[in-house]
Design a protein around this ligand. Structure first.
Ligand code: PAF
Length: 282
């Protein structure tokens, strides 16, 4: 595995690979790998003859009061994991390589970025789309792999790809979970022991909504109320950011389920903001 830090070198190598008839899979990441990242890389390995993993804590997707400085980092361990997963290149851009000091060009899908996580993180998806577009230009992958835990992110990237006619296939991988159901996240390390012990109740609440939907409940308001009641009892350390029922593709809020209903949430547990989602119908 090569570790590249220069965008120009990455672009030149990928250009050569494409000329040689290779098909490239890209897995964009911010590092501090857990089994969820490994499953994205494993899928990337299956989808392309060459695998590029990028590792970049993208500053433009963090708001002014968010955890950019504290975001956990361990490049040495990450490199060992990417190597184990069969990456051909780990791209860790050198400081200043991705954004010029007077960077002024942004990629946005505003309608899909306003709700859910976008409501409390107004610049987040603009930063995500911009950095992902840059990576798409540098690598020009045939396939790019994202995780289902960040449902809104993958839905927005799919729309960006469609709207901009980018010749890349987006693969979405199922969320990897701890044994107790908590979605794996690099940010789980911020939780105290007590918060971590309660955190799986988030998933239990979403699963309750899915059971109710499968038993015939179609009202988004009633499903939401049932989860909030459950959390009030079982998740007292949690502070709700949002709990919404939306169309899984368009992310438009739903009053009643339409066959593609997704319940998505974010809950603050101390210093951690935990997100998760569930498809309410098969
Ligand atoms: O999901 C992430 O880790 C990031 O949002 C991404 C896609 C790597 C862009 O910085």
């Amino acid at each position: 595995m090569q570790i590249l830090t220069s965008p120009q070198e990455l672009a030149a190598l990928c250009r050569q690979w494409r000329t040689d008839g290779e098909s490239i899979a890209l897995v964009p990441t911010m590092g501090y790998y857990h089994a969820g990242h490994e499953s994205l890389m494993a899928r990337g390995r299956e989808c392309g003859s060459k695998l590029v993993v990028s590792l970049f804590v993208n500053p433009t997707q963090f708001g002014p009061n968010e955890d950019l400085a504290a975001y956990p980092r361990d490049h040495e361990r990450d490199a060992a994991i990417a190597r184990k997963q069969g990456a051909d290149v780990l791209f860790i851009p050198e400081d200043g390589a991705m954004y010029a000091p007077d960077h002024a060009t942004w990629v946005e899908v505003p309608d899909m970025a306003r709700g859910l996580c976008g409501a409390s993180r107004p610049i987040h998806f603009r930063g995500v789309c911009t950095v992902v577009m840059k990576l798409f230009w540098l690598v020009q992958p045939a396939v790019a792999v994202f995780g289902q835990k960040d449902w809104q992110q993958q839905a927005i990237i799919r729309r960006m790809v469609r709207d901009m006619n980018i010749p890349v296939r987006i693969e979405t991988q199922p969320t990897m979970r701890e044994a107790d159901g908590l979605a794996m996240s690099s940010r789980n390390v911020y939780m105290t022991e007590a918060e971590r012990a309660q955190a799986p109740q988030m998933r239990q609440g979403l699963e309750l909504a899915r059971r109710l939907a499968q038993a015939g409940e179609t009202s988004a308001a009633r499903l939401r109320d049932a989860v909030l009641r459950y959390w009030a009892e079982q998740l007292p350390l949690g502070r709700l950011d949002y709990l919404s029922v939306v169309d899984a593709d368009t992310l438009e809020p739903l009053d009643s389920l339409n066959g593609r209903g997704l319940m998505a949430c974010a809950v603050h547990m101390g210093k951690s903001r935990i997100i998760d989602n569930i498809l309410l119908q098969d």
